[in-house]
Design a protein. Structure first.
Length: 219
């Protein structure tokens, strides 16, 4: 008589009482658990088994979705930041008005995000604190986040220079796209260090940033 496979020996089999979910439902569940684990224990202290436990899945199942902790962290960051990048790129692609208006809209979006989204600040703090020990985190931030953000800023600067709204030289000025972004990132760092109550108000930083930026870019 042929033996029936024991489901308890299969690490991917759902435990009794656990509902089998399709990947499109299971993945966000794992990413939410991963965010909590990384926020509480840091990148170095986070454990895949702990994430699986938080998500309510079998330990072995998590590796069918994410082969390593690095891959899980990258997916977690991507899930948190993707909506902002997609919205910025939509605005860039569909904007028919002035470059000044577009730049203002994107800067305001950045400040609104740091005020509202604590998850992103948590991940940003992890990257800052752990990147020196884990060079792959720094590489991921540079290639997947910084490069994408500066690419958007550079496209707006070039559009403004082409339309005559900005000085011609800003189109290819080294470091300018990074300078456009830096105050928004610094506002986030201050909120991490000082807390939401004691950090400079993002509304004031936003207005001063835009005033300085648009005056400096004008012909």
């Amino acid at each position: 008589m042929r033996a029936t496979p024991d489901a308890s020996l299969d690490p991917t089999a759902p435990s009794p009482g656990r509902r089998r979910l399709p990947p499109e439902a299971r993945t966000p569940q794992i990413l939410r658990a991963a965010l909590d684990e990384f926020a509480e224990r840091g990148y170095a202290g986070a454990r895949m088994a702990a994430v699986a436990s938080r998500a309510g899945i079998a330990k072995g199942l998590i590796y069918h979705y994410f082969p390593s902790k690095d891959a899980l962290f990258q997916a977690t960051v991507h899930a948190c930041t993707q909506p902002l990048f997609e919205e910025a790129e939509r605005q860039l692609a569909g904007h028919a008005g002035s470059a000044r208006e577009l730049l203002g809209a994107l800067v305001r979006m950045g400040y609104a995000r740091i005020s509202a989204d604590r998850q992103e600040r948590t991940l940003f703090r992890l990257i800052i604190t752990e990147a020196e020990r884990f060079p792959d985190l720094a590489r991921f931030y540079r290639e997947e986040m910084l490069a994408r953000a500066t690419g958007i800023a550079r496209a707006v600067l070039r559009a403004g220079a082409a339309s005559g709204e900005f000085r011609p030289e800003v189109a290819e000025m080294p470091g300018l796209a990074e300078v456009v972004l830096a105050p928004v990132l610094m506002a986030s760092v201050w909120r991490m260090i000082l807390g939401e109550t004691d950090a400079p108000a993002p509304e004031g930083l936003r207005d001063a940033h835009l005033d300085l930026l648009l005056r400096g870019l004008s012909p």
